[in-house]
Ligand binder design. Structure first.
Ligand SMILES: Nc1ncnc2c1ncn2[C@@H]1O[C@H](COP(=O)(O)OP(=O)(O)OP(=O)(O)O)[C@@H](O)[C@H]1O
Ligand SMILES: [Mg+2]
Length: 383
């Protein structure tokens, strides 16, 4: 079979770091990329063949993108799905499917899909009108989650032994059993149009609880191999239950009793897959392109232990970006620094990440600790 060059013109809704990191993989595979983002010179827009400036809820901008591209995908979930459904109905290839995006956007619908498919997940109920009495009735400890629009922990409220009324989210929500977890795991899964799945190795996520953002990630997860295999199989089963095509991030809890529960699914490349660029035969970004373009899925085998840490804006940081300690960090062995091209810094904003690869995980962890002590993202404006 022969393919015409360029292989495809790929549209990406969202010009953030995920789209930015997909660009080298797209170039390698002989694809052009058009990015849609509301901000001119977005992280990916700076490097793409073309950038359309427009909102994720702007039907005209979404149409313009889909019309210019042979396949359209996204790096963000907050997109108006009705215009996408219309475009798909007209025959434009939008992958993953807009219907699935709509389901995932709504945490209640997403949880129902998981439960219906028999995927283990924390028990939950709908809470349309936030009512402390009903919350108490559900039983503590619990987690209240906004049905829509939450990310990076915004839209998640944990109540341990008392319902503090000021902390109750005043939006349609769901209540979930609080999971007493040993650790949080994630598995990136690719699924093809034909339904073939490939899972990357399981990773362990450690969160920065000041900001609810992933702090660092250990690959592979420090769990026994049987459990790791179960986690991969569960993640593959989850994406199959969703009939997803592309790369998906499946977030899991490992409970103290050794049970695996699916927390949530991201229908896109994910922060917990960045390490695959340096440490796997195929990166999550190349894998996503392969999946959506109908190319054979790549080999996700890990060839090096890896630790990844996010570079977040320091508390109080503002203005243009200053990177402290970059030279010292880059002088360490196995350190890859990724900067996302964001023009200004805010506290806890994801400005970049570092992946450390080493012959063994202990060394990678030690070097990552050292990097964490060296690198600081601050700004030119003093608060
Ligand atoms: N049922 C639960 N029990 C205990 N902790 C939970 C539960 N649900 C969520 N959490 C904690 O809150 C964090 C954020 O929750 P979740 O992933 O659902 O929200 P999000 O804001 O959509 O996600 P992200 O941070 O991935 O954008 C989880 O990573 C976990 O640490
Ligand atoms: Mg999450």
């Amino acid at each position: 079979m022969s393919r015409r060059y360029p292989l495809a013109r790929v549209g990406i809704i969202g010009g953030g770091q995920l789209a930015r990191m997909m660009l080298p993989a797209a170039a390698q595979l002989g694809c052009e990329v058009v990015v849609l983002d509301p901000t001119p010179a977005s992280p990916a827009g700076q490097l793409a063949s073309k950038e359309i400036v427009g909102g994720f809820d702007d039907p005209q901008a979404l149409r313009e993108l889909a019309q210019q591209c042979s396949v359209t995908t996204f790096d963000i979930e907050t997109i108006a799905t009705n215009p996408l459904r219309e475009l798909a109905a007209e025959g434009h290839a939008i992958v993953p499917a807009p219907e699935l995006l709509a389901t995932i956007q709504d945490k209640l619908l997403q949880k129902r899909l998981l439960a219906t498919a028999g995927i283990p997940t924390a028990d939950f109920v709908e809470l349309h009108d936030p009512d402390p009495q009903r919350m108490i009735g559900f039983g503590l400890p619990l987690v209240q989650k906004a049905q829509r629009g939450g990310y990076d922990g915004r839209g998640v409220a944990v109540f341990t032994d008392v319902i503090v009324e000021e902390r109750v989210l005043q939006v349609p929500s769901l209540l979930e059993r609080f999971v007493d977890f040993r650790c949080e795991l994630a598995v990136m899964v690719a699924r093809s149009h034909a339904g073939e799945t490939r899972a990357f190795p399981v990773v362990e996520m450690v969160f920065d609880h000041r900001a609810n953002v992933l702090d660092f990630l250990v690959a592979p997860a420090r769990i026994d191999s049987e459990l790791a295999l179960s986690a991969q199989q569960l993640a593959e089963r989850t994406v199959t239950a969703m009939s997803g095509v592309g790369v998906f991030g499946v977030e899991l809890f490992l409970t103290r009793s050794g049970e695996l529960l699916v927390n949530e699914v991201a229908p896109r490349t994910h922060n917990s897959g960045h390490w695959t660029i340096e440490a796997c035969r195929t990166s999550q970004f190349e894998q996503h392109l392969r999946a959506i373009l109908g190319l054979p899925l790549g080999d996700p085998t890990q060839h090096s232990p890896a630790v990844m840490l996010n570079l977040l804006g320091e508390p109080g940081a503002a203005g243009a970006v200053l990177i402290e300690g970059l030279d010292a960090a880059l002088a360490l062995p196995g350190v890859s620094v990724h900067l996302y091209g964001k023009q200004s810094v805010r506290p806890y904003r994801k400005m970049g990440h570092v992946t450390v690869t080493a012959p063994d995980l202990e060394t990678a962890l030690a070097i990552a600790q050292e990097v964490k002590g060296l690198l600081r993202i601050t700004g030119t404006e003093q608060p």
